[in-house]
Design a protein around this ligand. Structure first.
Ligand code: ZN
Length: 498
C-alpha cells in the first residue's frame, strides 16, 4: 500500500515544463523543480543519476564547507579503494545483515571469474578497519581521525534523484580511539559539526537526537541523527554519526599497547553526509516557482538582467553598466552572471533565474542607468527594491545575508508550526500526516513496529537540546506511552520519513 507521500512522481526530461504546485502533488513538484533547475539527468543505468553542473556545484559547495569544519576538528582526508573483498563484509555479522540486500558485487575481472567476489563499497568500515590493524600499534597512534570523500553503491529498487540513488557521493569519517568514552565524545562532537553545518550553511533546521536501538547503523552502539522536516511534513534523515564501540576493532582484531604495556581494545566512530542533503535543501526551501537556494550553495548568487532601451545608444549604456556591475560584484567575491542571451525578453530571463533558485536578481534598464541604480528582486520573498549603484557590493552582500537568515528562520518556523505535542494514538495517527508528533514512547520495539504499521510514523529520535556547544537529551517526562499506554520515561519525535 502506498500513501500519497510514497508517490515518486515522474522524472522530467526537459527543463522548461510546468511546475506543479506543492499542495497538488508534492512528489511531482520535487521532480519538476529538479528538472527546472537543471540539477540532474537520467543515466543509462536505472537508479544512477548524472549530476549536471548546477547540481554538482551545490555538492562542491557543501564539500568545501564541511571539509573545513572537519579539518578544524583534527580530521585528515585519505582515500580507500572502491572494491572490497566479500569476506571483509562478512566479518561483522550485523554489518553484513544490514547491507547484504543492497550490495553490488563484481564477479569477473580481466575476462576471468574472480576467486573471491568483490563488493562495490556500500560504506568503508571493513576495508578501513582492516588497514587500521596495521596502523594502530600503540597508544601514541591514537586517536586516528580520517575522512574520505567518495562514491558508494547501495542497490535501490525505488530510486529518486538525490534521495535514493544506487550510486551516491558522500563523505565518510572513520575514527579510532583509546577509550569508549572518547569515541562517544567524538561522535557527539561530530554530531554538533553536522548540526551547525545544516543550520549555518544550508539553513534546513534539523532536530538533533539519538536513534532508538532498532534504528541504529548496523554494528553501532549509538547513532546520532539530524532530522530536518520537509515541506510535506516528512523527515529526511540527514547526516548520522555513529558510536561503533569496539565492534569493528574486535571484528578486525585491532588492539593497541597502552602506557601500562598491556593490550587494549580500540573504539570507533563513523559518520557520513551525502548528496541526499541536496534533496533536503530542495524540499525545505523550494516554492511553487521552483528551487530556492541559500546564497552559500547557489551556483549563481546574483543574476543581472539588462533591460534593453528604445535605441542602440541606451541599450549599449545598459550593457556597459551591467558589465561594470558584474565586475564590481565579482571582485567582492560574489558569483555573478549577466544574462545577455539574445532574442529573449527580460520577462523570460526573470522566469529562468527564478526556476534556477538564484537568490538575487538585479534588473538594469536605461532609466536605472540614468538614476544610478538597479532594481533588485529577492527570490525568497519576491520583494523588489531600488538599490543605488554606489556601494552596491555592500548592499548586495547584506541582502544575500538577509536571504540566508530568512530561509533558515522560515525552516524553523515551519517545523515548529507542524510539531505537535500529543498523548494519544488517535492524535499520533492524525499528526504524522501533517508533521512531527512529539509523544511518549515505551521504548518497546514491538510498539514501534505496530505504530509504523498503523500510522506509517517511525521513531525519528530521542531529541536533544543544545547547551552552548554540546547536545544533551531533553529532560525525562514520565507517563503512559502515546501509542500502547505502557509506562514511558521520555518523549520521542515520531514522523513519516523519506
Ligand atoms: Zn508503547
Amino acid at each position: 500500500m502506498l500513501d500519497s507521500a510514497d508517490q515518486i512522481g515522474q522524472e522530467r526530461t526537459t527543463n522548461d515544463g510546468p511546475i506543479i504546485p506543492r499542495a497538488t502533488d508534492f512528489a511531482q513538484w520535487y521532480q519538476d523543480i529538479i528538472a527546472a533547475a537543471e540539477l540532474v539527468d537520467q543515466a543509462p543505468v536505472r537508479g544512477c543519476y548524472i549530476l549536471r553542473p548546477n547540481g554538482y556545484f551545490i555538492w562542491e559547495s557543501i564539500q568545501r564547507d564541511l571539509d573545513a569544519r572537519f579539518k578544524q576538528h583534527g580530521v585528515q582526508n585519505a582515500y580507500f579503494p572502491l572494491l572490497i573483498p566479500m569476506s571483509f563484509i562478512m566479518k561483522e555479522a550485523e554489518h553484513v545483515e544490514g547491507f547484504a540486500p543492497e550490495l553490488a558485487v563484481v564477479t569477473h575481472g580481466g575476462g576471468e571469474a574472480l576467486e573471491e567476489p568483490l563488493v562495490v563499497r556500500p560504506t568503508s568500515e571493513t576495508v578501513i578497519w582492516s588497514t587500521f590493524r596495521k596502523w594502530i600499534r600503540s597508544h601514541r597512534d591514537l586517536p586516528l581521525l580520517l575522512n574520505q570523500w567518495c562514491n558508494v553503491m547501495r542497490w535501490e529498487k525505488r530510486p529518486r534523484a538525490f534521495l535514493r540513488t544506487a550510486e551516491f557521493l558522500w563523505q565518510e569519517g572513520h575514527t579510532a580511539h583509546a577509550t569508549a568514552e572518547e569515541a562517544r565524545q567524538y561522535a557527539l562532537e561530530n554530531h554538533v559539526i553536522y548540526y551547525d553545518f545544516l543550520e549555518e550553511c544550508l539553513g534546513i533546521g534539523p532536530i538533533a537526537g539519538e536513534k532508538p536501538p532498532h534504528e541504529r547503523f548496523p554494528g553501532a552502539v549509538a547513532t546520532f541523527t539530524l532530522e530536518p522536516m520537509m515541506q510535506d511534513g516528512r523527515a529526511l534523515q540527514t547526516g548520522t554519526s555513529h558510536d561503533l564501540g569496539d565492534t569493528f576493532g574486535r571484528a578486525f582484531d585491532v588492539t593497541y599497547q597502552g602506557e601500562d604495556g598491556q593490550s587494549h581494545p580500540v573504539f570507533a566512530t563513523s559518520w557520513g553526509m551525502s548528496t541526499r542533503t541536496i534533496g533536503g535543501v530542495l524540499m525545505v526551501h523550494g516554492d511553487d516557482r521552483g528551487a530556492v537556494f541559500p546564497p552559500t550553495v547557489a551556483p549563481v548568487q546574483v543574476a543581472i538582467v539588462p533591460v534593453p532601451g528604445r535605441d542602440d545608444a541606451s541599450t549599449r549604456a545598459v550593457e556597459t553598466a551591467a558589465a561594470d556591475l558584474k565586475q564590481t560584484l565579482t571582485k567582492a567575491g560574489l558569483r555573478v552572471t549577466v544574462d545577455s542571451r539574445p532574442g529573449l525578453r527580460p520577462g523570460a530571463k526573470f522566469f529562468h533565474w527564478e526556476r534556477h533558485g538564484t537568490p538575487l536578481r538585479l534588473e538594469i534598464g536605461p532609466r536605472d542607468v540614468e538614476a544610478g541604480q538597479v532594481m533588485a528582486a529577492r527570490r525568497d520573498t519576491g520583494e523588489k527594491m531600488a538599490v543605488p549603484l554606489s556601494g552596491i557590493a555592500t548592499a548586495v552582500q547584506s541582502t544575500l545575508d538577509a536571504i540566508q537568515m530568512n530561509l533558515r528562520l522560515q525552516a524553523h518556523a515551519r517545523r515548529e508550526a507542524r510539531t505537535y505535542t500529543v498523548d494519544t494514538r488517535a492524535e499520533i495517527e492524525e499528526t504524522v500526516l501533517k508533521g512531527y508528533a512529539f509523544t511518549r514512547w515505551c521504548e518497546s520495539r514491538e510498539c514501534a513496529a505496530d505504530m509504523q504499521a498503523q500510522s506509517r510514523g517511525t521513531i525519528r529520535c530521542f531529541p536533544f537540546e543544545k547547551h552552548g556547544n554540546e547536545f544533551r537529551p531533553i529532560p525525562n517526562d514520565p507517563g503512559p506511552c502515546g501509542w500502547c499506554g505502557n509506562h514511558a520515561t521520555r518523549r520521542v519525535l515520531v514522523g513519516r520519513s523519506y
